[in-house]
Design a protein around this ligand. Structure first.
Ligand code: 13P
Ligand code: SF4
Length: 303
């Protein structure tokens, strides 16, 4: 506790010195969410990165998030607490694979989940997050859509749109682990609870949801709902904001395995250290960044 207090004081001082802002995804450790200037899901964080007037962004999340921030705000320094915090789903699609698919479906619009590399975004027409996926898919001009890389979110969107979707086979290791059996066992244990679920979960699990949505959508839903008890089908870090918003409600995570190990690579000590050393910084090659930026900006413009 004493060490944490010192770290927090040091952080406040460094933030002021460098005119830095700390952005944290809801899946970060509590000790990071506590000191963040802004918490959000992928969409809100991208929006914030694009609009902040800080000189330095400390992005606490996984690598693609920091990269997207740098693409949207190329004149700012973007620091990440640990370079090794990647997203396995983002690594499931590469440029060669996407190019081959584009060749096969030349009339399709490429919609890419923000969980992807800058290189893949540069080959993309428009990005989306779980918060706006359906809106983005419905907004494109073509009937055919190439969708990369999340097959589960892709399946969810395809069931709610008239577009013809060509869906890549990627998935999130963490959300994809949740099974129907897990949810049924929790329902038996907590019969009065509603099941709220992230669309990165398997289709048969998503189908069981009383509410389906992005991390922010789940948090908003639980806050506004009259229900007092929830079984939560998304990453464990979300508990921080859920409990902050509704201290008297009960939240049961659907399994103890809903923990993204990559998100947890970051800790408070590393946040302080990266501001101290101004390392590691995100760098994106200018020709890639320029192309990738278009796909992210198009996303931010979808109403
Ligand atoms: P959202 O932030 O859009 O809810 O996505 C979840 C996720 O897995 C981010 O890596
Ligand atoms: Fe990637 Fe899943 Fe972790 Fe999000 S929760 S960073 S999608 S592995």
């Amino acid at each position: 506790a004493e060490q944490n207090r010192e770290l927090k004081e040091r952080l406040l001082q460094l933030k002021k010195e460098k005119n830095a802002i700390i952005l944290a995804h809801y899946y970060q450790r509590d000790e990071i969410q506590e000191v963040a200037d802004f918490r959000g899901d992928s969409f809100l964080l991208a929006q914030k990165a694009a609009s902040t007037d800080a000189d330095v962004i400390v992005f606490c999340g996984v690598h693609f998030m920091g990269e997207s921030a740098k693409i949207l705000a190329p004149n700012k320094i973007v620091l990440i607490p640990d370079e090794r915090a990647g997203c396995p789903m983002a690594d499931m699609v590469n440029v060669d694979g996407l190019r081959a698919l584009k060749k096969k479906h030349p009339n399709a619009t490429v919609v890419t989940y923000i969980n992807s590399s800058a290189d893949v975004k540069a080959e993309t027409d428009i990005c989306c997050t779980s918060a706006n996926a359906l809106k983005v898919v419905n907004s494109v001009a073509t009937e055919e859509v190439i969708w990369v890389p999340d097959k589960n979110l892709g399946d969810y969107v395809s069931k709610n749109t008239d577009k013809k979707m060509i869906i890549w086979e990627g998935y999130c290791n963490t959300h994809d682990m949740l099974t129907v059996k897990d949810v049924e066992e929790m329902r038996a244990q907590y019969p009065n609870a509603q099941f709220v679920v992230h669309p990165e979960c398997r289709p048969e699990v998503v189908k069981l949801g009383d509410f389906v949505g992005s991390t922010t959508a789940i948090i908003d839903y639980c806050k506004k709902s009259d229900c007092q008890e929830f079984i939560v089908g998304t990453e464990d870090g979300t508990g921080y904001q859920l409990r902050l918003d509704s201290p008297n409600k009960q939240f049961h995570f659907a399994t103890k395995y809903l923990v993204c190990p990559n998100m947890k690579v970051n800790n408070l000590k590393k946040v302080v250290r990266c501001l101290e050393t101004m390392q590691p910084q995100i760098y994106v090659a200018p020709h890639v960044a320029e192309q990738a930026k278009l796909s992210l900006e198009r996303m931010l413009q979808v109403k």
